[in-house]
Design a protein around this ligand. Structure first.
Ligand code: 13P
Length: 246
């Protein structure tokens, strides 16, 4: 039985005051049966770490560099993230693939860099609306995952995978539980061909998950939790989603 994981992706939202409010709300709302984490903007990771001391809530970043260290202005290395206690780093979010031209290979290299420092990469895959309508969903997500499998080889079992259909992100459109499960099953099958750990790996669903649709999504056989955007910015909403994963 896989333990569910619910991760809040704050994206580029918040400030010190609003973060403090959100985190104290979460501390009051917990604990939950599921594993819970928040992935926050880089400048706020340390303060988040302090606020979450002694709680079950883990924390992480929304990206990491593929490079180890050096003259890479503006980049943040996995070593630095590990140094400040990050458990997770989201890599390959569709917003980074789209707005920062991140390739499948770069995403795979970032996942490798994270793992090298003991950070669990949450690797995002997902198709655009045009790709779905062209019947390419399976092809796209398998191509994205294949790059990670090829790069990580025997370490692939250590990642968390997240299926986030691009058309469902921030749009209020959610994949139906059946649509999401169908893709999760494809991804699980691809992982099974690569590692004996496939059935222990967590595959999260992301894309307009809310308190009122979370339970049905999380009830699907291959959906092991969620990667939550907008609804992770309010303690009551995020907490209700964490509870739905229990
Ligand atoms: P929303 O929950 O706002 O659709 O965002 C999903 C997401 O991109 C999480 O990484």
């Amino acid at each position: 039985m896989r333990k569910k994981l619910v991760v809040g992706n704050w994206k580029m939202h918040g400030n010190r005051a609003s973060n403090a409010l959100l985190l104290s709300g979460l501390k009051e709302a917990g604990p939950w049966t599921a594993d819970v984490a928040v992935c926050v903007p880089f400048p706020y990771i340390t303060e988040t770490a302090l606020a979450l001391t002694g709680t079950q809530i883990a924390y992480g970043s929304q990206d990491c560099s593929a490079h180890e260290q050096g003259a890479y202005t503006g980049e943040v290395s996995s070593a630095m993230l590990a140094d400040i206690g990050c458990r997770y780093a989201i890599v390959g979010h569709s917003e980074r693939r789209a707005y920062h031209q991140e390739s499948d290979q770069l995403v795979a290299d970032k996942a490798k860099a994270a793992l090298a420092h003991g950070i669990t990469p949450i690797v995002c895959v997902g198709e655009t609306l045009a790709e779905r309508e062209a019947g390419q969903t399976e092809h796209v997500v398998k191509r994205q995952l294949a790059a990670v499998i090829h790069t990580l080889t025997h370490c692939i079992g250590e990642i968390v995978l997240a299926y986030e259909p691009v058309w469902a992100i921030g749009t209020g459109l959610t994949a139906t539980p059946e649509q999401a499960q169908a893709v999760h099953a494809v991804l699980r099958q691809q992982l099974r061909a690569a590692t004996q750990k496939a059935d222990a790996m967590r595959i999260l669903y992301g894309g307009s998950v809310k308190a009122d649709n979370a339970a049905l999504l999380f009830a699907q056989a291959d959906i092991d939790g969620g990667l939550i955007g907008g609804a992770a910015l309010k303690a009551a909403d995020f907490s209700a989603i964490c509870r739905a994963a229990g």
